[in-house]
Design a protein around this ligand. Structure first.
Ligand code: ATP
Ligand code: MG
Length: 381
C-alpha cells in the first residue's frame, strides 16, 4: 500500500487538446513549486495528477494551488478486489473508530473483472465485519469510503478537500497588482491569480505619510498570498516624495486622485518591464471618496493598459469574507498608518481639467519619471 494525493482539476477539461496540454504542464510545474522541500513523485494520467508522497503537509499545499479543484489523501493498491478490500478495511478502521455510519462509493475507469456495484457490496460487508460498531447509511453517512479504480491502480480515501479552483497561475499572462496590505487589494490580487494570472505585486511605501507597520503589513500579506503561488516577488517602491508634492503643491481635495494616477503611472512602467498586460487594484465602487465612477474615469485615463478591478461590484462584507477565506484578513486589520495624507474632504467628482492643471504645475512627468529605487522581496526569503 502506498500513499498518494489525488489531485483533481476542473476547467482544464473543457479546453482543446493542445491548450489543455499546456495548462496541465503549467499546473504540474506550479505543483512542483508548491511542494518544494518535500519529497514526492508526480504521475499524470488523463484528467488526474497523482502525487505519491508520505508528507502530511502536501494536501494543504496542493489545495492552495490555483487550478486544483479538490485533493484526497489516498491509499493506493493494485486494482484487485482482495487488495481493495484490505485497504478499505484498514482505512475504515481508522475512520470509524468509535462507531458511526458509513457508505462505500466506488467508481471505475478501465476494464476490470468486477463492477463498481460489486466493490460497494464486498467492501460494505467487509467493513461491517471488521468494525461491528459501525452501520451502513447510504443517504446520510457519517463517513464515506471512496474507491476510485483506474486501470491497474485503485485508490481508497475518505475525504475530498476543496481546492481554490480556477486556472493555473501563468496561463493567462502577467498583471501588475497594486497591493496596499489593506483588506481589499489582497483579495483583488488573489482573484486574478485564481483566474490564471501571474501577479507582480507592488507596494507603494508612503512614508513619511505612512509608518513602518504599513510596510511590514504589506509584506506579511504578500507572504500569505504567495502560499497560492510561491514564485511571487513583491516590489516595494518609495512613494513619499511624490505624495508630498501632491499634499504641499496641489489642491488638497485632489490628493487621492492625483496619488492614484501617479501610482498607475509607476505601475504601468513596471508592467512594461515584466511584460504585464493589465494593472489590478482593489477598488470597489463607492467604497471611499476616491472610488466614484467620475474619479475612476479620471484615474484610468493615465494608463494605456486596462485597469482591472475584480472587486468593483462587491460589498465590504463580501470582500471581508473573501479575505478571511484566503487568510489575509487578520493580517490586514493589524494597526498601521497606511496614509495620513488623505484630506478631510477628498473630492468625489474630480474634474479632469483641474487634475491636469495641478499635474502640469507640479511637473508630474519629472516627478514620476525618475526611476524609483525599488526593493524586491521574494516570498521564500
Ligand atoms: P485597500 O483595502 O486595498 O487598501 P482601499 O479601499 O483602502 O483599498 P484606497 O486606499 O483608495 O482603497 O486604494 C485603492 C487601491 O489602490 C487599493 O485597493 C490598491 O489596489 C491601491 N493602493 C492604495 N494604496 C496603495 C499602496 N500604498 N500601495 C499599493 N497599492 C495601493
Ligand atoms: Mg487601504
Amino acid at each position: 500500500m502506498a500513499k498518494t494525493v489525488i489531485v483533481r482539476y476542473g476547467e482544464l477539461a473543457l479546453k482543446s487538446e493542445r491548450v489543455r496540454r499546456r495548462f496541465e504542464q503549467r499546473l504540474v510545474g506550479n505543483i512542483r513549486l508548491a511542494l518544494r522541500g518535500l519529497s514526492y513523485k508526480i504521475r499524470k494520467e488523463r484528467g488526474r495528477i497523482f502525487v505519491d508522497t508520505r508528507s502530511a503537509a502536501a494536501v494543504a499545499c496542493l489545495a492552495k494551488v490555483p487550478g486544483v479543484v479538490s485533493v484526497s489523501h489516498a491509499t493506493r493498491v493494485e486494482a484487485t478486489i482482495g487488495a481493495i478490500r484490505r485497504a478499505a478495511v484498514k482505512v475504515a478502521r481508522r475512520a470509524l473508530r468509535g462507531g458511526g455510519s458509513f457508505a462505500v462509493r466506488a467508481s471505475r475507469v478501465g476494464e476490470h473483472p468486477f463492477s463498481s456495484h460489486e466493490i460497494n457490496e464486498v467492501l460494505g460487508s467487509a467493513i461491517l465485519e471488521a468494525v461491528p460498531e459501525s452501520g451502513v447509511d447510504l443517504s446520510n453517512p457519517d463517513r464515506t469510503i471512496f474507491v476510485e479504480v483506474r486501470g491497474g491502480d485503485a485508490y481508497v480515501f475518505t475525504e475530498k478537500v476543496l481546492g481554490v479552483g480556477g486556472l493555473p497561475v501563468g496561463t493567462q499572462g502577467n498583471v501588475v497588482a497594486l497591493l496596499s496590505g489593506g483588506i481589499d487589494s489582497p483579495v483583488a490580487a488573489y482573484l486574478m491569480m485564481k483566474r490564471g494570472c501571474l501577479i507582480v505585486p507592488i507596494f507603494f511605501d508612503n512614508r513619511p505619510y505612512a509608518d513602518e507597520r504599513a510596510r511590514r503589513r504589506a509584506i506579511s500579506v504578500f507572504k500569505e498570498l504567495a502560499k497560492f503561488y510561491p514564485g511571487l516577488e513583491l516590489r516595494v517602491v518609495p512613494f513619499g516624495r511624490i505624495l508630498r508634492a501632491f499634499v504641499e503643491k496641489a489642491p488638497r481635495g485632489l490628493t487621492c486622485v492625483l496619488c492614484k494616477r501617479a501610482m498607475l503611472r509607476v505601475a504601468e512602467r513596471v508592467a512594461g518591464r515584466v511584460n504585464a498586460r493589465a494593472l489590478v487594484t482593489g477598488e470597489s465602487l463607492g467604497q471611499v471618496a476616491s472610488q466614484t465612477l467620475v474619479n475612476l474615469n479620471v484615474i484610468d485615463e493615465v494608463s494605456k493598459l486596462p485597469v482591472l478591478r475584480p472587486l468593483i461590484g462587491m460589498d465590504k462584507v463580501e470582500i471581508e469574507r473573501a479575505a478571511r477565506a484566503i487568510g489575509t484578513f487578520e493580517l490586514s486589520i493589524k494597526p498601521a498608518v497606511g496614509c495620513s495624507a488623505v484630506p478631510r474632504y477628498p473630492t468625489t467628482q474630480a474634474k479632469k481639467e483641474e487634475v491636469l492643471d495641478a499635474e502640469s504645475k507640479l511637473g508630474i512627468q519629472a516627478l514620476v519619471g525618475e526611476e524609483l529605487e525599488e526593493e524586491l522581496i521574494r516570498a521564500g526569503g
